[in-house]
Write a protein that binds this ligand. Structure first.
Ligand code: G1P
Length: 297
């Protein structure tokens, strides 16, 4: 029986430069897919997986995130008074209980590995999840929940993975696995952002992890990796070198790369089409657009 995973780290310190000028004053994680901020999807997924403690690694200029998770008593009272119960429920769902949420600052942009290791003291001696909010995953059973269930069998360290196109693989952490026959795959080696033509497979690491405190200790021995940053991939790979098990988990679901503009737009359309209140109007519009473009060609 492995210890239950109840803590999750959300690295949200990135500058979001790909979304300038919007991110000049709005943290990328507050940008909305339809009407919900990106971070809300990550929180909902974590809650569904049984996470009770939420640790945000932030940076300067991210205070809007803290406000977002605060309670809004005036707004709640006004919605209640005007009988807008549905909206009230939506609003109350974003509230976090006092004491369940912690904010840490990463003072220098030294990479994802460094950001995660900033939470070392809060993690203590327990397994924990890491969720990268840029990777939004639409799935019948939320991705982290799938992983927690798999982890109950395997223990060790686990990363979400999916196949990506060969021309994109160098943007990811990449797995070298023993066999690709099942959803849970034993990892032999992993490499962060391999040079073109040097990737050991087309299995990319996607931003969901279940890790143990050993991974954080590995940063004591690790130098900077790809891009001159401290890489989480390197710290996980160190587990394998130390003789401990690392697994790749091929999740069920559709992943959107909301760190890119095209991915963000695709997610916006997909999530809107999944909504009863928007589906008909949006699909009519898309059909019209398609027809007009077709006629113009
Ligand atoms: C990070 C990780 C990388 C992973 C990717 C998934 O990279 O370092 O291993 O494959 O997230 O989105 P980044 O996108 O921050 O460059």
């Amino acid at each position: 029986m492995h210890k239950r995973v109840t803590k999750a780290i959300f690295p949200v310190a990135g500058l979001g430069t790909r979304f300038l000028p919007a991110t000049k004053s709005v943290p990328k994680e507050i940008m909305t897919l339809v009407d919900r901020p990106l971070i809300q999807y990550a929180i909902d997924e974590a809650r569904a997986a049984g996470i009770e403690d939420f640790i945000f690694v932030t940076s300067r200029g991210k205070s809007a995130l803290e406000d977002y998770f605060d309670h809004a008593p005036d707004l709640e009272a006004s919605l209640k008074a005007s009988g807008k119960h549905e909206l009230l429920e939506i609003l109350q769902n974003t509230n976090m209980d006092s004491g369940t949420i912690a904010y840490l600052r990463q003072h220098k942009p030294l990479g994802l590995g460094h950001a995660v290791s900033c939470a070392r003291k809060l993690i203590g001696n327990e397994p924990f999840a890491v969720i990268l909010p840029d990777d939004v995953i639409a799935a019948e059973k939320p991705c982290l929940q799938q992983m927690v269930e798999a982890y109950e069998e395997t223990g060790g360290a686990m990363v979400a993975t999916m196949e990506v196109a060969p021309d994109k693989i160098s943007s990811y952490g990449v797995l070298d696995v023993e066999s690709q026959d099942s959803a849970v795959m034993k990892v032999n080696a992993m490499v962060e952002k391999p040079a073109k033509g040097k990737a050991p497979s087309n299995l990319a690491v996607i931003g969901r992890y279940i890790l143990n405190p050993n991974v954080l200790c590995n940063f004591d021995h690790l130098g900077r990796g790809a891009g001159g940053e401290y890489q989480l991939t390197d710290a996980i790979a160190h587990e394998i070198t130390a003789g401990r098990n690392v697994y790749g988990y091929r999740f069920e679901g559709q992943r959107f790369d909301c760190g890119s503009k095209a991915g963000f737009l695709q997610a916006t359309v997909a999530f809107a089409l999944a909504r009863d209140d928007l589906r008909d109007e949006l699909s009519d519009y898309l059909a019209q657009l398609h027809a007009t473009r077709h006629a113009a060609q």
